[in-house]
Design a binder for this molecule. Structure first.
Ligand code: SAH
Ligand code: MG
Length: 216
């Protein structure tokens, strides 16, 4: 946990019911699927409302929970493309979409690196929530398909707070991911095409907006 527990609990106490999505969320948490944190859900919904997107891209579908959250907020004509490598999760996601009666979410099975290279975009909102160590490698394709003025949200960038530790304080097996996320955050915050902020909500979300032509 990154922020004070009482603050987190208070924020969560303001949550309201999301109907069938609550069942999908509960089932996913009980099955140990790493869906977004409770307090990140409202943040994702709010960013979806602000983006007013025509097309959304998600990297890391899991069982479709976050895609469904966005679909409830996005404009009627908007479509979501979401990528997941795990076949069982894709199947569960398809079941969940059906259960929620949602037909505007398109599941793409495969490794995100490969799928991204073949996408054209543009997407007005991109939610990155897959293998954290790969974010830095996927960034060139992500920026290629992100529309000017579009928003890129990257989840789990603070690694439950471990990101602030020196590399020697993190366990050896976590060092590569630690270094790659730090590199990713440095790149986002210093990139000439982006305006970025690291928001310590949930497990940390980086919010980046792609500059429009006139701002460059
Ligand atoms: N966004 C979901 C949670 C995603 S969990 C939600 O909040 O509801 C991260 C998912 O990314 C996992 O299901 C994992 O299988 C998937 N993933 C990891 N590496 C991937 C890759 N290289 N390509 C596609 N999906 C990947
Ligand atoms: Mg996440």
């Amino acid at each position: 946990m990154i922020v004070n527990e009482r603050i987190r609990d208070y924020i969560c106490s303001l949550e309201r019911s999301r109907g069938v999505l609550d069942e999908i969320e509960k089932e996913a948490r009980e099955a140990g699927v790493p869906i977004i944190k409770k307090e990140t859900a409202a943040f994702l919904e709010t960013m979806t409302a602000a983006a007013n997107p025509s097309a959304i891209l998600e990297v890391g579908t899991a069982v479709g929970y976050s895609a469904l959250l966005m679909s409830r907020i996005m404009p009627k004509a908007c479509e979501i493309t979401t990528i997941e490598t795990d076949r069982d999760r894709i199947q569960k996601a398809a079941e969940n979409l059906k259960k929620a009666g949602e037909s505007r979410i398109h599941l793409m099975e495969g490794d995100a690196g490969k799928v991204l290279a073949a996408l054209e975009g543009p997407y007005d909102l991109i939610f990155m929530d897959a293998a954290k160590g790969q974010y830095i490698h996927w960034l060139p394709d992500i920026l290629r398909v992100l529309a000017p003025g579009g928003i890129l949200l990257s989840d789990n960038v603070l690694q439950d707070g471990r990101i602030v530790e020196s590399r020697f304080a993190v366990e050896r097996r976590d060092r590569t991911i630690h270094a790659r996320i730090r590199e990713y955050l440095f790149t986002l915050t210093h990139h000439p095409e982006l305006t970025s902020s690291i928001v310590p909500v949930g497990d940390g979300v980086a919010v980046s907006v792609k500059k429009r032509e006139r701002q460059k």
